[in-house]
Design a protein. Sequence first.
Length: 301
Amino acid sequence: MTAQDPGARPDWIAVDWGTSHLRVWPMRGGTPLTRLQSDRGMGQLSPDTFEATLVSLLGDWLAGIENRLPVLVCGMAGARQGWREAPYAAVPCTPPVTGVPVETVDPRLAVTILPGLSQTQPADVMRGEETQIGGFLRGTPGFDGVICLPGTHTKWAHVSAQEVVSFRTFMTGELFALLSKQSVLRFSMGEGWDDAAFGDAVGDAMARPATLAADLFGLRAATLLEGLSPGAAKARLSGLLIGVELAGARPYWLGQEIVILGEDGMAGAYRDALVAQGAQVRCVPVDDMTLAGLIAAREKT
């Protein structure tokens, strides 16, 4: 089938618009007809260029469309500097299904942007991860526990009765990138990994989080004086930062069922660190969670 065939024409469009990426799924009901992607993320665009970027990426998938095609968007397109701001929904709440309509020049598009989530005490926000949470809950509606979403800004979300009750964000991934690439520690970093060094560092940081700044410089000293290998230094840096995070996030994960959305190296590192603390944890593939969350929102509107 081609996009021009009636059986291949989408009846709605799912869009995940992040800071650095754009993913688009022409949909027929709950089935994606294809997946389109681009590096034209929010960070490269001004508000008046979003529509043209989307239309260009869709290309022939808009051929033959006579009525306004629903387009459901999640992610950073709804940020203040994005296509149009979609104000946050305050927790506790279900992952949002009602969005903000966007006026378009192209008469074939009826665009709606889903909001992120906000929390006042303590102040926190998320935009995009709530759709992944909604995707997980679509497949596991009875879940009651904590969802961890590792990344540049890792999220811990307490979920109960289909609602996000509260959440916390930790800038652990960004701190790792800054310290390993722009600080004096960059001279100690390199390829490889050392599981034992990672595990020891997690334990050290959880036991003595107040000494983090000193322990970080200790990585450089150990490189110079003890021949600490680049792979072990990298693993220990990751362990120290994740250990401090786990110490701060203890009220979320202690005694809870924990689901980590992800299967890559970062998700595995979080899993190993939590298992070492006796936590009940499992990893769930995250690749299709955003699309599942968009489908869930579409089904409820």
